[in-house]
Design a binder for this molecule. Structure first.
Ligand code: GTP
Ligand code: SPV
Ligand code: MN
Length: 583
């Protein structure tokens, strides 16, 4: 098969010439094609069948133990000018990167099949959507892309119509971390990924296209590509609002997007619906509001911590038709991970007998499930709306054991952009490297912004113009700890209480406490019925520590300075104003 687009056929032919596959398969996305691929992966051990009666049509994939997370130190943005990639990215000159990758890809698909995977990020009929084609030699990638994107025939038809698409080339190679690179060429809409089969490194529609390439493209076209969940919230009067929230990897997006409100709220008629759990593309509509789509069609969610208590919607979603990666297995062949329930698994994520005494987790901390969004009970048909949904509030948040209160609100857009730019969070298992180290992760985009953060902040500021009806901006922290080391806020479903306060602020129906860091809630305005928060929790969740924040703002100032003269003056001025007010 070939396509009706000569440029696509020619590219596939060139790559085949370079990589030397035994076969070429153009993916149509059909059930029959998927069944055939699954059978092949079961036969060669790439997939293991899980318990058919408890988890129908579900499979386990064990990745190479050295290939379990994103590799930020091997991820590059290859712009012509180094400064355009910025201090926030690793950079390589495009020619050098191409030569390096060419050597790795040469002959790498001998004995393998080259799959051509056309995909659409976003609803097929949405003007906000963008298409790409991933060439890969991994059937696991094909099966995942089929769940995570609109993959196959319909996407190819749109690509043929539009003539433009992101070119993604991927090979698992020999999985040697020394020969692993994830290269982005945003100026020519190209991605080249070699040596990893893991999610964000290999499913090129996700972080590589929908964030790194798209953010670059969005800057020149006047929109935003963000690491954000999107949820709908309906009050008992039937009014509906949409909220987009940026939290760093493994910091609560999937959980918030699928939130089930506390009982009292459900009884009153509050409802939460899920539009997306990881990526949000937004642009101003004719009415001046920001409209958002979820470019993805599935969830590649963190398994550990997912339980009937923490996230019943996620758990319900993954009872069938799910690919699990690097989870443990019980004696009756069910998938298992830490935090699921009290059972003890028999096999760990590497396939070895599980030894509970050893003190190492049975499931990898970054083990994941891949499932169609349509299987989520709270998934909303509005996620398919070509025009997107209007955003009423943007939320930034990080994992901060100390200093940062439960919630505060920006005074205006510029202050909100600074709050996003100053975000800090403790690192997680979603990327290789140390876990629990506090780092700046502006707008949860540190690993994902395809250009210089200074230009990115300028772009964010540019949305504040005549006629714009911008969302309010908030900051949350679900992860504040007490002196004893425990989380002070119950989190999960109870985060609804904070969302309700945000909507009251959007409606202008409650006041707040003015502080230099922003508007803090009057605790009486947040519904805490049924919660037992002690004095330490009340104080740390709702107060702010002036001296601590003065030190934080000094550090934020130093961070902004690292970007040199490209950093927008308005942001620096805002930082200085607040720093002075704190001292
Ligand atoms: P990526 O898919 O990596 O981008 O992550 P994500 O932001 O979707 O993270 P996810 O919702 O999967 O959360 C990851 C971890 O945070 C899990 O271990 C959760 O149990 C934990 N978590 C999520 N929400 C809360 C919360 O409100 N409070 C606490 N204490 N932990 C939470
Ligand atoms: C993340 O790390 O933020 C993820 C998983 O959502 S991955 O697709 O691997 O990037
Ligand atoms: Mn993510």
């Amino acid at each position: 098969m070939t396509s009706q687009l000569p440029a696509l056929n020619q590219w596939v032919a060139e790559i085949a010439q370079l990589t030397q596959p035994d076969h070429i398969h153009w993916c149509d996305g059909s059930d029959a094609e998927n069944t055939q691929l699954i059978e092949q992966m079961l036969a060669d051990g790439t997939l293991l069948k899980l318990n058919e009666s408890t988890h129908p049509e579900s499979y386990l994939h064990r990745s190479h133990p050295d290939d379990v997370a994103r590799v930020e130190h091997l991820t590059f943005v290859c712009t012509t000018e180094r400064e355009d990639a910025g201090p926030n990215n690793h950079w390589m000159a495009p020619d050098e990167a191409r030569a390096k990758m060419r050597a790795l890809f040469a002959g790498c698909m001998k004995g393998r099949t080259l799959y051509v995977v056309p995909y659409c990020m976003g609803p097929i009929d949405s003007p906000l959507s963008r298409c790409g084609v991933e060439i890969t030699d991994s059937p696991y990638v094909v099966a995942n892309m089929r769940i995570m994107t609109r993959m196959g025939q319909a996407a190819l038809a749109r690509i043929e119509r539009e003539g433009q698409f992101v070119k993604g080339l991927h090979s698992t190679g020999d999985l040697n971390p020394e020969r692993r690179f994830i290269m982005h060429f945003p100026e020519s809409l190209e991605i080249q990924s070699f040596g990893s089969g893991y999610g964000g490194n290999a499913l090129l529609g996700k972080k590589c296209h929908a964030l790194r390439i798209a953010s670059h493209q969005a800057r020149s076209e006047g929109w935003l590509a963000e690491h954000m969940l999107i949820l709908g919230i309906e009050n008992p009067q039937g009014e509906k609002h949409y909220i987009a929230a940026a939290f760093p990897s493994a910091c609560g997006k999937t959980n918030l997007a699928m939130l089930i409100p506390p009982e009292g709220y459900v009884r009153e008629g509050w409802k939460i619906t899920t539009i997306g759990d990881d990526i949000c593309w937004m642009r101003p509509g004719k009415d001046g509001r920001l409209y958002a789509i979820n470019p993805e069609a599935g969830f590649f969610g963190v398994a550990p911590g997912t339980s009937a208590k923490s996230n019943p919607n996620a758990l319900a979603s993954i009872q069938r038709n799910t690919i699990f990666t690097n989870v443990a297995v019980t004696d009756d062949n069910q998938p298992w991970w830490e935090g699921l329930d009290a059972r003890v698994p028999v096999t760990d994520w590497k396939g070895n007998p599980f030894n509970a005494e050893a003190g190492t987790p049975a499931a990898h901390p970054n083990s994941r499930f891949t499932v169609s969004a349509k299987q989520c009970p709270s998934y909303s048909p509005e996620a398919e709306a070509p025009q997107g949904v209007p955003i009423s509030a943007i939320v930034f948040g990080g994992r901060r054991a100390s200093l940062v209160p439960l919630v505060f609100e920006a005074r205006d857009w510029t202050h909100g952009v600074l709050i996003g730019a100053a975000m800090g969070s403790e690192t997680t298992a979603a990327a290789t490297g140390a876990v629990g180290v506090m780092r700046r992760d502006p707008m949860a985009m540190k690993p994902f912004c395809g250009y210089n953060f200074a230009d990115y902040f300028t772009h964010w500021l540019s949305f504040d113009k005549a006629g714009a009806k911008l969302p309010k901006i908030f900051h949350v922290n679900w992860f504040r700890k007490g002196d004893g080391g425990d989380f002070l806020w119950p989190g999960f479903g109870d985060n609804m209480r904070v969302l309700e306060w945000m909507l009251k602020r959007v409606a202008g129906s409650v006041g707040s406490q003015e502080t230099p860091i922003g508007h803090l809630p009057n605790p009486a305005d947040i519904n805490l019925d049924g919660l037992e928060l002690g004095d330490e929790a009340m104080q740390k969740l709702f107060d702010y520590d002036r001296a601590g924040w003065a030190a934080e703002f000094a550090s934020i100032g130093e961070y902004l300075e690292e970007y040199g003269p490209r950093m927008p003056e308005a942001l620096k001025a805002e930082q200085q104003r607040i720093h002075e007010a704190l001292s």
